[in-house]
Design a protein around this ligand. Structure first.
Ligand code: KDG
Ligand code: MG
Length: 404
């Protein structure tokens, strides 16, 4: 079997998605997600200008060899643009291989290790009463675990609140300039324990509660927050510091028993080396889409498993249904699965990317369709062309740029 065609499809059915489609001489097709939110066209160019010309004529069964040649052959390794492009090729090849075998991808990864995949959804509110309503809405949708983000008194626009509407659906900033959010770490550190206290008081001790600090704290601030949240037993505290400084997590870890989750912006195993071998974290959060595909993410999970660290694949709405499908197959297969983030997509997005995975009673299943189980409606995709969009930026009261 040979690859005879490779094309990059960009579509914006409400937000931008980048998809690689490979076709073989036997008529099999494979899809891979290459969406890098806010920098989509950089990956389109990487693929179309530098990778697509290398793909025609390749044997699609050589998944590992193709991955190694794209990673090592570029010389310029790592980085989100490179790894999103490689991920798209890797997932499209796995899709073809599984279709050729007539099996859903999870069967090629060792088969099911569980019956279904537990998820968490996003709850948010401009204030605590609005957040409580949002938690109620997620529970009514069946989510077994909930991430809680709240507005902070004195701040106008905060991560996880200003970019979502009251139903929890993401609002897209399709504009020529990024939205500017504001930040005050002291106000945040004062407010978050009160948020947890209110949610626990309303929903009791059993509901798993997660929270995302989105890379904003110093090690000592993160340690303080971890300690303050301990009485409320969070499921995890996510991205408490900018963790590319892996040493920062040593202080946090020494100071608190609040579980730590890290890695949605990481793109290779090297970003995790100290975090895993020193057992500084509890969950690895990389997405198939940003980590170079199923091939390296499976290796990361196996490495993490030796240290009792679990998977928690990044699953925001900016991972396309193609990337989500690949994640769900991996979730079903790996032994050290932890939890899957799932925001879902708009009905129009689900029409452009018809998928076999299902979301029932708060749990995902990849379905039994051969491959990853996603079909791209190219006509509908073309009817919704790329629209420039930016992620927000974050500034302190005096105007200083802060981590977003
Ligand atoms: O594109 C950025 C989003 O994917 C990110 O802000 C979402 O932090 C995120 C999460 O935990 O889902
Ligand atoms: Mg996050």
């Amino acid at each position: 079997m040979k690859i005879v065609d490779a094309k990059v499809v960009v579509t914006s059915p409400g937000r931008n998605f980048v998809t690689l489609k490979l076709t073989t001489d036997e008529g099999l097709t494979g899809l891979g997600d290459a969406t890098l939110n806010g920098r989509e066209l950089a990956v389109v160019s990487y693929l179309a200008d530098h990778v697509v010309p290398l793909l025609t004529g390749l044997d699609p069964h050589r998944v590992e060899d193709t991955w190694q040649s794209l990673y090592r052959g570029a010389y310029w390794r790592r980085g989100p643009v490179t790894m999103a492009a490689i991920a798209a090729v890797d997932v499209a090849l796995w899709d073809i291989k599984a279709k050729a075998a007539g099996l859903p991808l999870y069967q090629l990864l060792g088969g099911a290790s569980r019956e279904r995949i537990g998820t968490y959804g996003h709850a948010n509110g401009r204030d605590i009463p609005e957040l409580l309503d949002s938690v109620r809405a997620r529970l009514a949708e069946g989510y077994p675990a909930v991430r809680i983000q709240s507005g902070i008194p004195g701040l106008k626009a905060v991560y996880g609140v200003s970019d979502t509407d009251e139903s929890g659906a993401p609002v897209l900033h399709q504009q020529a300039r990024p939205l500017v959010e504001d930040w005050d770490t002291a106000a945040y550190l004062r407010h978050v324990p009160a948020v947890f206290e209110a949610v626990r008081a309303e929903f009791g001790p059993e509901l798993p509660l997660l929270h995302d600090s989105h890379h904003r704290l110093t090690p000592v601030q993160a340690a303080r927050l971890g300690k303050d949240l301990e009485p409320f037993r969070p499921f995890w505290l996510e991205d408490c510091t900018p963790a590319e400084n892996q040493e920062a997590l040593r202080l946090v870890r020494r100071s608190t028993t609040t579980p730590l989750a890290v890695g949605e912006v990481f793109n290779t195993v090297y970003d995790y080396q100290a975090l895993i071998t020193e057992q500084l974290i509890d969950y690895v959060r990389s997405a198939v889409t940003h980590f170079g595909g199923v091939t390296p993410l499976r290796k990361l999970f196996d490495f993490a498993a030796q240290y009792q660290i679990k998977s928690a694949i990044h699953g925001p709405e900016d991972i396309s249904p193609v990337g989500m499908a690949a994640a769900v197959h991996l979730d079903l297969a790996v032994h050290n699965f932890g939890i899957q983030e799932f925001s879902g997509h708009t009905p129009l997005t689900d029409e452009v990317f018809r998928h076999a995975y299902t979301f029932t009673d708060g749990h995902l299943h990849p379905g039994e369709a051969p491959g990853i189980g996603v079909e791209l409606d190219e006509e509908l995709a073309a009817a919704h062309p790329y629209a420039p969009a930016y992620l927000p930026v974050n500034r302190l009261h005096d105007g200083t740029v802060h981590d977003w």
